[in-house]
Design a binder for this molecule. Structure first.
Ligand code: SF4
Ligand code: SF4
Length: 425
C-alpha cells in the first residue's frame, strides 16, 4: 500500500508521487452502507457528496475518464475527512488515505487565488505556535478593547463568512504558562512517556496539557515534554500537503527521546495523523516507531489508580471523528468518565457525527460546518447535560461556539479536565 514519496508515476489524471492507491479504489463494491453515516450526504442528499460518490469520482480520474475539474475538486473539498465511512465500510476501503492522496493531487494542480490566500493564512499560522501565539495576543487585545463588540454589533464581518467563522471561534484567549521539560512520576513508577503539546492545544487549551502531565505523573509516569517539539503535521496531512507533512513528522520524531514507553496525545486530530506516519513515511522511519508508541491520553488514564472524589454533574460525550473513526477509540473516554463518582453520563444522540470542526474545515467551509454544528447543539440540548466532553481542541472550540450562539449553558471540557476535577489539586 505504501508508496515512497520519491516514486513519480502517472495514473489517469493524476501524476507524481503519492497517487491514490488503485487497489484501495477498487475495493469499494458500491454497496452504499457508508452513505447514512456520511455527514455531508446526510445534509445534502447528493450521491457525489457521499463516500461512494467521491470514490467514483476519484476512480474515474485515476482511470483517465475524468480530469481534475472544479466540480471534482468541489466534491472533494466538501468532504470533512471525518472517516465515518471507514468505520461503516465492510470492505475496508481506506477512505482517509485515498482522500489525502487525492487532495495532494488537487494541491499539486494549484488553487484559485482566493483559496490560495486563505490556505496561506491558515497553514502559515495554525501549525506554527511561534506565529499563532502573537496572533492570539493581538486577538486578545481586539477582544478586550471593545473592538470585537463593535464589529459584531455592526455585523461588519457578515460579507466575509470565512473571516467571520475564524473570529467567532475564539471566546477568550487564555494566558499560557511554560511546562517543565520533565514532570517526574509520583509514587510507584510505571515508566516514561512523552507528551505532545500540539499547536492549538498548547495555546488555546494550555490547562489540558498541564492537567495531562499532572495526572500522568500522579499515575506513576515520568512525563517528558521537549520544549522544541513542533507540529505533528495533522493539518497538512488532511489538506494533502504531503511533503510538508513528512518534514514535520520527521522533525517531531527527532524531538522526542527514543527511550519512551509511549507518546501521549490529548488531541484526536494529532493522534490520528501520527498513527499514519508509518504509511506515509515508511515503516522503517523513526517517525513510524514513534507512531507505534502513540496512545490517546484516555487509554493511559482509564485504569489509573487515582483516588477520585465526586463531580456532581450530568455529562454527555461527543466522539471526536479522529478519535473514534481515525483511531477506533470509543470506549476508553466513556469508561474514564464512568469511573468518576457523582458524574451521570448521558449518551449523546449521533455522538459520532462530525460537529463540523474537522481540522480547519470550519474555516474553509463555514456554511456546511454551521449546519453540522446546529445539529450537534440540538442533540446536546436534548440530553439536558451541563457538561459536554470531547477529546479534541477543534471540537471543543466548535461546540463551545455553537453553545454560545444558542445561549445553551453547557461547560465544554476535555476528558482530562473532568478527571482533574475528580482528582483534585
Ligand atoms: S470522510 Fe466523512 S464526509 Fe468524507 S465521505 Fe467519508 S463520511 Fe463523508
Ligand atoms: S466505501 Fe465501503 S461501504 Fe461505502 S459503498 Fe464502498 S464498499 Fe460500500
Amino acid at each position: 500500500m505504501t508508496r515512497p514519496a520519491t516514486v513519480a508515476a502517472r495514473l489517469g489524471a493524476f501524476s507524481g508521487p503519492d497517487l491514490p492507491d488503485p487497489d484501495g479504489l477498487r475495493s469499494c463494491v458500491h454497496c452504499g452502507i457508508c452513505l447514512p453515516q456520511c455527514p455531508t450526504y446526510q445534509i445534502l442528499g447528493e450521491e457525489m457528496d457521499s463516500p461512494r460518490g467521491r470514490l467514483y469520482l476519484v476512480r474515474a480520474a485515476a482511470e483517465g475518464r475524468l480530469d481534475i475539474t472544479p466540480t471534482f475538486t468541489r466534491h472533494l473539498d466538501l468532504c470533512l475527512g471525518c472517516r465515518a465511512c471507514e468505520t461503516a465500510c465492510p470492505s475496508g476501503v481506506p477512505f482517509g488515505r485515498l482522500l489525502e492522496a487525492t487532495r495532494g493531487q488537487i494541491e499539486r494542480r494549484g488553487r484559485g487565488p482566493a483559496r490560495r490566500a486563505l490556505e496561506t493564512l491558515i497553514f502559515g499560522l495554525f501549525p506554527h505556535p511561534r506565529r499563532l501565539g502573537p496572533a492570539l495576543r493581538l486577538l486578545a487585545l481586539y477582544q478586550r478593547s471593545g473592538l470585537q463588540s463593535l464589529v459584531r454589533a455592526r455585523g461588519l464581518l457578515r460579507p466575509f463568512p470565512r473571516l467571520r467563522a475564524m473570529e467567532q471561534l475564539l471566546a477568550a484567549v487564555p494566558r499560557v504558562g511554560r511546562l517543565p521539560a520533565l514532570v517526574p512520576a509520583v509514587g510507584a513508577r510505571r515508566g516514561r512517556v512523552g507528551l505532545l503539546t500540539g499547536c492549538v492545544q498548547r495555546l488555546l487549551y494550555p490547562q489540558v496539557n498541564a492537567e495531562t502531565a499532572r495526572l500522568l505523573s500522579r499515575a506513576g509516569w515520568d512525563v517528558v515534554i521537549p520544549a522544541g517539539q513542533g507540529c505533528c503535521g495533522a493539518l497538512h496531512l488532511h489538506g494533502g500537503r504531503l511533503d510538508e507533512f513528512r518534514r514535520l513528522a520527521g522533525a517531531l520524531a527527532q524531538a522526542f527521546p527514543e527511550a519512551l514507553d509511549h507518546l501521549v496525545v490529548n488531541a484526536a486530530g494529532c493522534g490520528s495523523a501520527i498513527r499514519e506516519y508509518g504509511h506515509w513515511l515508511g515503516e522503517a522511519a523513526p517517525a513510524a516507531a514513534l507512531a507505534r508508541k502513540t496512545r490517546d491520553v484516555t487509554e493511559l488514564l482509564v485504569n489509573a489508580d487515582l483516588p477520585l472524589r465526586p463531580v456532581e454533574a450530568v455529562a454527555t460525550y461527543h466522539d471526536a471523528c479522529h478519535l473514534v473513526h481515525g483511531q477506533g477509540i470509543r470506549s476508553a473516554p466513556r469508561a474514564l468518565l464512568a469511573r468518576i463518582p457523582g458524574l451521570r453520563l448521558v449518551e449523546l444522540p449521533e455522538s459520532d457525527l462530525c460537529c463540523g470542526s474537522a481540522g480547519v474545515y470550519n474555516l474553509l467551509e463555514p456554511q456546511m460546518a454551521d449546519r453540522l454544528l446546529e445539529r450537534k447543539v440540538d442533540n446536546i440540548a436534548a440530553t439536558g447535560a451541563t457538561l459536554l466532553v470531547a477529546g479534541n481542541p477543534g471540537c471543543l472550540l466548535q461546540i463551545a461556539k455553537g453553545c454560545r450562539a444558542r445561549g445553551l449553558v453547557v461547560e465544554v471540557l476535555h476528558p482530562v479536565e473532568v478527571l482533574a476535577r475528580a482528582v483534585g489539586p
